[in-house]
Design a protein around this ligand. Structure first.
Ligand code: ADP
Ligand code: ADP
Ligand code: MG
Length: 461
């Protein structure tokens, strides 16, 4: 089946991105939107737009019945779920298929296996992929948990089986703290994710976050190398790169091969990401989870490989066999992505929605700005604060950082505070330039390097 029309079941920059890929393949695009998104760029760019409900995501972008009704009314051939919202919801994938429409992603069965972080750990272990030491399954109750925690040792992490987006994770450093936090974590996970299931993992200290992009058509599987996303705030990625300069070639080979083995084990279809923590002292890597969808940071991989991952997803969903062979995937240069959020980095990253009066975007063939913005747009308070992503490609990492500094200086978003100054600080930092960091680096850097700079700025005002 060739996909001729596509419903985009998401919003923001990823809806714009999916629209562009679908248009490039000659598809008719249908955009769903909530009442808060009437004036969105995604709605403007699509061939058709269908309102699916009030601003609250629960009543619109997370409302399976409303999205399916829109897909049926528009008579589309396929639905792209983007990231977040319903993208990793197996019931949604099933409902799309039951309506006779192609879901742009893996089967509901693969989403169930890999979307649950506990079953994913088991699948990974069975495929021979090293996992973080921790509980074998869900931890049923505090009695069982106590024994396991003692065996793993402190500090350890309590993680929600259904968690995501950096939420549903707690670090505890003693048995007393563990006993206090465990029931709280379970109640919180039940409320946030509709599933109170928990598991525990050893804390991998001073680790780097490295992830492998995979593509599969159910029979053939390739990897598109790795991304490094170690610069994080509250376990959410802030800045992402490809390739990782911390991997030696033999480790990269093992890491990428393990991701392909995992894809094979579940006959994966579509684009996915296998995430790991990497300890560069021991050169050991540990599986943490799989994201069965396109990721926010996919453009850095596109920049260094020349592959359009969203177009590949659409081709695979249309039943085409994977056109890329492993030997065709080559890395050229280095790419960095900065997530630009509507948050005030000088006020503890307080969300700062509001009208954008002016927008100036740097251009050049090695610069990309994937965004939901246009001049005059009013950023909505109802959704996450991502405004866009600035992605820069260079011939090597040093060249890429040089170009990134210029691109950040040329990016002007007037009207609301954004995280551009944070990225300028990082792009000028000697430790960042030397790639000397781990997943907790940014937390410390914000207190020591960024906060004093902020003080002097306020004095200067
Ligand atoms: P990526 O894995 O692509 O880097 P993020 O972790 O930043 O992406 O998540 C992308 C978006 O999806 C964010 O808006 C995040 O809040 C949301 N998200 C991801 N997983 C979940 C989940 N399980 N529950 C709720 N929101 C989620
Ligand atoms: P999410 O589903 O929210 O993306 P992940 O399991 O991918 O959750 O973890 C998000 C981040 O939390 C990781 O990138 C890392 O910084 C941190 N983290 C998760 N598990 C561990 C661990 N066992 N040890 C140390 N850090 C961890
Ligand atoms: Mg993750």
């Amino acid at each position: 089946m060739t996909i001729r029309s596509l419903l985009i079941a998401n919003r923001g920059e990823i809806a714009v991105r999916v629209n562009r890929a679908a248009k490039a393949l000659g598809m008719r695009t249908v955009q769903v939107y909530s009442q808060a998104d009437v004036n969105s760029l995604a709605v403007r760019l699509a061939d058709e737009a269908i309102e699916i409900g009030p601003p609250a995501a629960r009543k619109s972008y997370l409302n399976i019945d409303a999205v399916i009704a829109a897909a049926k009314a528009a008579k589309v051939d396929a639905v792209h779920p983007g990231y977040g919202f319903l993208s990793e919801n197996a019931d949604f994938a099933e409902a799309v298929a039951a309506a006779g429409i192609a879901f742009v992603g893996p089967s509901a069965e693969a989403i169930r296996l890999l979307g649950d972080k506990v079953t994913a750990r088991r699948v990974a272990a069975e495929a021979g992929v090293p996992t973080v030491p921790g509980s074998a399954g869900r931890v049923a109750d505090i009695g069982e948990a106590r024994g396991m925690a003692a065996g793993i040792g402190f500090p350890l992490m309590i993680k929600a089986a259904a968690g995501g987006g950096g939420r549903g994770i707690r670090i505890v450093s003693s048995m007393e703290e563990f006993e206090r936090q465990f029931p709280q974590a379970s109640a919180e996970a039940a409320a946030a994710f509709g599933d109170g299931g928990l598991y525990i993992e050893k804390v991998i200290e001073r680790a780097r976050h490295i992830e492998v992009q995979i593509l599969g058509d159910g029979k053939n599987f390739v990897h598109c190398f790795e991304r490094e996303c170690s610069l994080q705030r509250r376990r959410q990625k802030v800045w992402e790169e490809a390739p990782s300069v911390s991997l030696k070639p033999h480790v990269r080979e093992r890491l990428c091969a393990s991701a392909v083995a995992l894809a094979k084990a579940v006959s994966y279809r579509g684009a996915g990401t296998v995430e790991y923590l990497y300890d560069d002292a021991s050169e050991e890597f540990y599986f943490i989870e799989v994201n069965t969808r396109i990721q926010v940071e996919h453009p850095v991989t596109e920049m260094i490989t020349g592959i359009d991952l969203v177009q590949e997803m659409l081709r695979i969903a249309g039943g085409e066999p994977l056109s890329i062979r492993q030997e065709d995937v080559r890395v050229s240069g280095h790419a960095i992505e900065c997530r630009i959020n509507a948050e005030d980095p000088y006020r503890d990253f307080m969300p700062a929605p509001g009208p954008v009066h002016e927008l100036e975007v740097p251009n050049g063939d090695r610069i990309r700005f994937d965004t939901l913005l246009y001049a005059g747009y009013e950023v909505s308070p109802f959704y996450d604060s991502l405004l866009g992503k600035l992605i820069v490609h260079g011939k090597d990492r040093t060249d890429c950082l040089d170009r990134l500094r210029d691109a950040l200086a040329a990016l002007k978003i007037v009207g609301i505070p954004t995280t551009v100054p944070l990225h300028q600080g990082l792009a000028a930092d000697p430790d960042v330039a030397a790639s000397r960091y781990h997943t907790r680096f940014l937390e410390h850097w914000l207190q020591t390097a960024f906060a004093p700079a902020q003080g002097s700025k306020e004095v200067a005002r």
